[in-house]
Design a protein around this ligand. Structure first.
Ligand code: NAD
Ligand code: ZN
Ligand code: ZN
Length: 345
């Protein structure tokens, strides 16, 4: 990674330029850097951001310069078959800015998830900007733009966790710990956090997990079952993205329970399960894209809960770093030292 000048065009029709105030460092940025997403180098990384709208293009009606916004990477179209069926959180035709940001020599940049916010300014589609209460700290609010929303939504939206439910969360990084917080917000009775790293489990406990399980030390499935009366949890959220943890999630849930896969696997991974178990254990096996969130519905509501002191987003900001601190932040993420490093401008 290097810090270089970027040319940001004036916003065209339906576009907006946003002055970025803060942008979290997410695992997906690292996947991009390592070529795990696509090979459209050079990338402009960064996609968990909040900032202030600087200018808008023609036809943009509900956004004005000065608005405080969280950027999202699933701007819904309102016209595709998912939107028309009244399920816009699944939108199959989400969109980004049409124009390209470039290097000074004209080389086009690929913005991560159509955002590219490790930059003082970025060009996005107006629908990627969601206005929220400007009283929120940009570093905390920006995290709702990706990983924290993915985890909260995996519990609240995809898993439909309800009052008194038992929940197990496998993998307690930024996403998994947000699923712990989401489960607590939704009224879960038992929240079992599973990880291989005791530091992550300590955070999970602070954020509301009722039990913690180090799956290096004990069998995760057996332990989750014994903590739930021998039955398994009503909802198990997989926030690692690996076949072995998915298998744990599959067998650690109660009959007719729900598995939510929010961790993102890589292309070579394969899952093998006895089909009779898939049938016989019943219930629902779901994936969670971006926590099945609807930014317009969920971001302002979650920021309000944050400002009321009912949702501790600050707990996810492990440190703030300058724009040239991203490589070091990646290294700290890989060593498991942080939930989120946040670049501030
Ligand atoms: N579905 C979405 O929309 C969405 C959005 C953002 C991120 N993600 C994905 O969610 C996953 C987690 O992201 P993150 O930012 O929290 O990453 P992270 O690296 O911060 O956390 C991963 C956690 O999993 C733990 N872990 C690793 N192997 C394990 C194992 N075998 N058993 C139990 N725990 C294990 C690690 O110790 C770590 O705490 C990633 O796959 C990421 O790509 C999905
Ligand atoms: Zn759509
Ligand atoms: Zn992300």
């Amino acid at each position: 990674m290097e810090v270089v000048p970027v040319v940001v065009p004036d916003p065209g029709p339906g576009e907006a330029v946003v002055r970025v105030q803060a942008c979290g460092v997410c695992h997906t940025d690292l996947h991009y850097r390592e070529g795990g997403i696509n090979d459209e180098f050079p990338f402009l990384l960064g996609h968990e951001a909040a900032g202030v709208v600087e200018s808008v293009g023609t036809g943009v009606e509900d956004l004005s310069p000065g608005d405080f916004v969280i950027l999202n990477w699933r701007a819904v179209c309102g016209r595709c078959r998912a939107c028309k069926r009244g399920r816009p959180w699944y939108c199959f035709a989400t969109h980004n800015a049409k124009q390209k940001m470039t290097l000074e020599d004209g080389t086009e940049l690929s913005p991560a998830l159509g955002i590219g916010a490790f930059a003082e300014k970025t060009l996005v589609a107006a629908g990627q900007c969601t206005k929220v209460d400007p009283a929120a700290s940009p570093a905390a609010a920006g995290l709702l733009g990706c990983g924290v929303m993915a985890g909260l939504g995996a519990a609240i939206n995809t898993g439909q966790v309800g009052r008194g439910d038992s929940v197990a969360v496998i993998g307690c990084g930024g996403v998994g710990n947000a699923a712990v917080v989401g489960s607590r917000l939704a009224g879960a009775g038992t929240i079992i956090a599973v990880d291989v790293d005791d530091r992550k489990l300590a955070t999970a406990q602070r954020l509301g997990a009722t039990h913690t399980v180090n799956s290096r030390a004990v069998d995760a499935v057996e332990t989750i079952r014994s903590l739930t009366g021998g039955n398994g949890a009503d909802v198990v959220i997989e926030a690692v993205g690996r076949p072995e943890t998915y298998r744990q999630a599959f067998y650690a849930r109660d009959l007719a329970g729900t598995v939510v896969l929010v961790g993102v696997p890589t292309p070579e991974m394969k899952l093998e399960l006895p089909l009779l178990d898939v049938f016989g254990r019943g219930g629902a096996l779901k994936s969670s894209w971006y926590g099945d969130c609807l930014p317009e519905r969920d971001f302002p509501m979650l920021v309000d809960l944050y400002l009321q002191g009912r949702l501790d987003l600050d707990a996810f900001v492990s440190e703030t770093v300058p724009p040239d601190g991203v490589e070091e932040a990646f290294a700290r993420m890989q060593r498991g030292e942080v939930l989120r490093s946040v670049v501030v401008f």
